[in-house]
Design a protein around this ligand. Sequence first.
Ligand code: 3PG
Ligand code: MG
Length: 395
Amino acid sequence: MKTVDNFNFAGKKAVVRVDLNVPLNEDLTVRDYTRINAVVPTVQKIVKDGGSAILMSHMGRPKDGFEDKFSLKHIVADLSEKLGIDVKFGGDCIGAEADEMAANLQAGEVMLLDNLRFYKEEKKGDEAFAQKLASRGDVWVMDAFGTAHRAHASTAVIAKFVADKVAGYTMGREIEASRKILEEGEKPVTAIMGGAKVSDKILIIEKMIDVCDNIIVGGGMAYTFFKAMGGTIGSSLCEEDKLELALSLIEKAKAKGVKMLLPVDSLANTGFSNDGVCIEVDNMAIPDGHMGLDIGPKAAVEFADVVKASKTVLWNGPMGVSEFDNFAKGTVAIANAVAEATEAGAFSLIGGGDSAAAVNTLGFGDRVSYISTGGGAMLEMMEGKVLPGIAALED
Ligand code: 3PG
Ligand code: MG
């Protein structure tokens, strides 16, 4: 795979797919800069070489055509500031204004097209649309790791229509980070799996059984395991149709000699809320009318000890409803343990999406090895799947 490091952009126009699908506040200001920051090194390399960059991205999931709240115009100022370059806004991604701006783009200049998903052709992987995007540049740079699991026009199909294709720095860092877990993980390797649903994490847990020494299961999905083991879980989250599956995952781990740790206790509440009566409960016997919203203090200590003794850690999914202060303690305890392990020399990779947001808001962002820019993409990568956006760079 060719990377930006072995490509000279002097005098070239680069069509760069980035993932600027960033969370916005209600007033349309940027809430998290991770993905904007991730764009910077690749664009700076292009410009430093004496090239110019035509950036393109999606934002959210617009239904049918232009919608102001999904316009990338809202992030132009922040992007310009992070890059230290005045980014020109090209508007409609296949419009005449963008054509003209691209045609006149000078060395050192950067422009941004508006949301690719304002056209259905993007998600459909339409060839004519991909060719149109490709036609404005000399080389396609793929740096949208967060969208590399989509076989869309700008993330994969476009590769057919360009003379040169190269991977950006974010792609390189993400591929390297996942390799450190999947192929080169120094033992003990521990995966921490959280989040609401077992069904979202089946494939990754199965893969982790092949790779890890320990698998820690927390978050809402843990209750499906307790129910499957014959526990009473009150009104906690449960996927009734995944009980067999939960038992089979426990069996598979046992057969491979992998330690699967479930939280012995929970903090439970009478409803899905930060307020109310919060009690510590044994996860095999949660009283009626109570739902577990966080791992309990015993589980937090047990999990933290395992994490601190690990040399390689993958974390995907919070331990509880960490956006509620009263139920963030378990996630904080794990974040602390991951930070301590990292400071003692372990490699730690935090999956994107909810886990990245939790680690950042809780203030542990600087104390882990790498925070992925990908949510779904990171999961699929860890499941061992070939991502279309990476495959497109390879052939
Ligand atoms: C993401 O945030 O998951 C990526 O930007 C991809 O977006 P999508 O899930 O809407 O395809
Ligand atoms: Mg997604």
